[in-house]
Unconditional design. Structure first.
Length: 149
């Protein structure tokens, strides 16, 4: 048997052993991307948001751009995005003072949007607010049950 055939057999056996370990080993690594546990703690689905709304008043924060907010937003939602953080925080001081006794849900456009996570993290870390949830899913589903302010 020549060296190339031996190398191929050894590589094939090593690959088979590696594949078997990856599938059957009790401490195998996950085959999917593991999300940050801190993000998962604060994530909330539209159905969970509805349940929270049924329990009491929820404070809604729209983390999208000003143009998107002005085009359409949830009734009663306050605009607070990373780009205009200081100005919007100052302009909505009175509204943000009421956050201390209500749950907060931050939303933007879908799961791929990271603005809501950034705004939620700032509210928790800089302002000491909790709970500040991040909506995962479509915010337009939640229009029902919200009153116009």
């Amino acid at each position: 048997m020549n060296a190339w055939k031996q190398a191929a057999i050894i590589l094939s056996l090593a690959a088979a052993a590696g594949a078997a370990a990856a599938v059957f080993h009790p401490q195998r690594p996950p085959w999917f991307e593991v999300r940050n546990p801190a993000e998962l703690r604060w994530a909330i689905s539209p159905d969970e948001a509805r349940k929270l709304m049924a329990e009491g008043e929820v404070f809604w924060i729209d983390a999208r751009s000003r143009a998107s907010y002005e085009a359409d937003h949830l009734p009663g939602a306050v605009l607070l995005n990373p780009e205009e953080w200081g100005e919007l925080l100052f302009n909505n001081q009175e509204a943000f003072q009421s956050l201390l006794d209500r749950p907060v849900i931050v939303y933007c456009d879908g799961d791929a949007c990271t603005r809501s996570s950034e705004v939620g993290e700032r509210l928790r870390e800089l302002m000491g607010l909790a709970p500040v949830y991040i909506l995962r899913g479509e915010w337009r589903e939640l229009r029902e049950g919200l009153r116009n302010d």
